[in-house]
Design a protein around this ligand. Structure first.
Ligand code: NAD
Length: 480
């Protein structure tokens, strides 16, 4: 029988109250890795109980900012000590390259160190008044119990991006990880305990979105929801939050343009285009899935991207030689492959890929795919595919490139490749996207705030600004 992973609530492992479990599958080998507790309303209630009581307990509410900073830095160290283990577990769960995961784990402690360093810098201001006898000042306070709901494509990094500022500010957390990747988030709960956080500060309830996720979003004691996932789920969550007037931070989907001008170093740009769409199998919110190429270099770019795509080593994500692992689960494979069919019906040309490659493993593998003769009216250019599928289209002028780039419901990120600095600056000002990369793609850091524009999100993750997402502002008046 597969190993069973229980919820982590109030510093303890807890069996599901309904006795139900669900399997997690290795997407490369199709082996069952473990079974996780299938959380329901009762389990979520227990987790929120623990988080709520802990938030109001002297043990947590009286921790000083400096103490919280030290705890977070200690958690960073503990994560660093378990980096290899966490990288391996996450790679087994979602098929991400072990090599890439080791890279992610090498930087993950930085998130804890950064917000650990901010814990004692959350400050208000003294506000001018019109009377010398009256003092008015503001202070920032924690919100209470924060519900964090996260996806499967980068579970640890995306969860720590919420956990670190939320705990630095003094909140407590109930985390509901994706049903496809429960394991490393349960480990994160255990490691927070090992680092010395009081029991009940970090709670993890595993299970499905429609069950545990929905119960968490609708628990009346929740003070805030921090969600990363699809725009569709984000919209449902925002409606529930709005009805109760609680805040939400939403990091949602994207359909990001990666624009290559005629004056770019095309060889460099081709590498950026490839990394933008094929890294992590295109299963990233920031995937540069719409490639806009100036007509004069269109053929050259298509050639270079196709050539590189055809040499990508596909296989076992645990093998350091592998460059592309499997998609994360069966429905992902069906979805990605159906979009290639849609593209063909819409008139795009499959220049490379578009099928299951020959791999020595039974998993959910899909070739890197290059679709050309695409245009912005096609569904493959409007909807998030979330797989290794690049749709390449030509443009003639800078204005046209800008119009095409901004003609999308999303506004997460955009890339621009050009050697003309003035053009780079013009584009960065006019692109309707929360992150713009000039002659690079996918750069990211806990220090750099990011916000999804339009249907890509609400609120800021990372950077100083993220602290405001987890605090409320109080104005205090004293009549001396
Ligand atoms: P998803 O929306 O299906 O699920 C995300 C999480 O929400 C999971 O934990 C799921 O169980 C839960 N959930 C689903 N329905 C729910 C409901 N009704 N109530 C409460 N919780 C519910 O997304 P996914 O497939 O796991 O992730 C992929 C999506 O995430 C893509 O759209 C991608 O662009 C987006 N994403 C965005 C960012 C970002 O920073 N903007 C980062 C990574 C991924």
């Amino acid at each position: 029988m597969a190993e069973r992973l229980e919820h982590f609530i109030g510093g303890q492992h807890r069996s599901p109250s309904n006795g139900a479990w669900f399997p997690s599958t290795n997407p490369a080998t199709l082996e069952t890795l473990y079974e996780a507790a299938r959380g329901d309303r009762a389990d979520v209630r227990s987790a929120v109980d623990a988080a709520y009581q802990t938030f109001h307990s002297p043990e947590w509410s009286r921790t000083t900012p400096s103490q919280r900073g030290r705890l977070l830095r200690r958690l960073g160290d503990v994560i660093g000590e378990h980096a290899e283990e966490l990288a391996r577990l996450e790679s087994l769960d979602n098929g991400k390259l072990y090599r890439e995961m080791k890279g992610q784990l090498a930087t993950l402690p930085e998130y804890l160190y950064y917000y650990g360093g901010l814990a004692d810098k959350v400050q208000g201001a003294q506000i001018p008044t019109n009377s010398p006898e009256v003092l008015n000042f503001t202070q920032r306070e924690p919100l209470g119990v924060v519900g964090a709901i996260t996806p499967w494509n980068s579970p640890l990094t995306l969860t720590v991006s919420k956990l670190a500022p939320a705990l630095a500010a003094g909140n407590t957390l109930v985390i509901k990880p994706s049903e496809y990747t429960s394991r490393t988030i349960l480990r994160l709960g255990e490691l927070a305990d090992e680092a010395g956080f009081p029991a009940g500060v970090v709670n993890v309830v595993t299970g499905f979105g429609a069950e545990a996720g929905d119960a968490l979003v609708n628990d009346p004691r929740l003070a805030k929801i921090s969600f990363t996932g699809s725009t569709r789920t984000g919209s449902a969550i925002a409606s529930s939050a709005a009805a109760r007037f609680i805040g939400c931070t939403l990091e949602l989907g994207g359909k990001s343009p990666n624009i290559v001008f005629e004056d770019a170093d095309v060889s460099n740009a081709a590498m950026g285009v490839i990394a933008g769409i094929f890294a992590a199998g295109g299963q990233t919110c920031i995937a540069g899935s719409r490639v806009l190429a100036h007509r004069s270099i269109y053929d050259e770019l298509v050639e270079r991207v196709t050539e590189r795509a055809s040499s990508i080593v596909i296989g076992d994500p645990m093998d350091d030689a592998t460059e592309l692992g499997p998609l994360a689960f069966e429905d992902q494979l069906a979805k990605v492959s159906s979009y290639v069919d849609i593209g063909k019906e819409e008139g795009a040309t499959v220049r490379y890929g578009g099928r299951a490659p020959e791999v020595d493993l039974p998993g959910y593998f899909f070739s890197p795919t290059v679709l050309t003769e695409a245009n912005n009216d096609m569904r493959i250019c409007r909807e998030e595919i979330f797989g290794p599928v690049a749709a390449i289209m030509p443009f003639d002028t800078e204005d046209e490139a800008l119009r095409l780039a901004n003609d999308t419901e999303y506004g997460l990120a955009a890339g621009v490749w050009t050697s003309n600095l003035q053009r780079a600056m013009r584009m960065s000002q006019r692109l309707d996207a929360g992150t713009v990369w000039l002659n690079t793609y996918r750069a990211m850091s806990p220090m750099s705030p990011r916000e999804g524009f339009k249907q890509s999100g609400v609120g800021v993750e990372h950077g100083l600004e993220s602290m405001n997402e987890y605090t409320r502002l109080k104005s205090i008046w004293i009549n001396t």
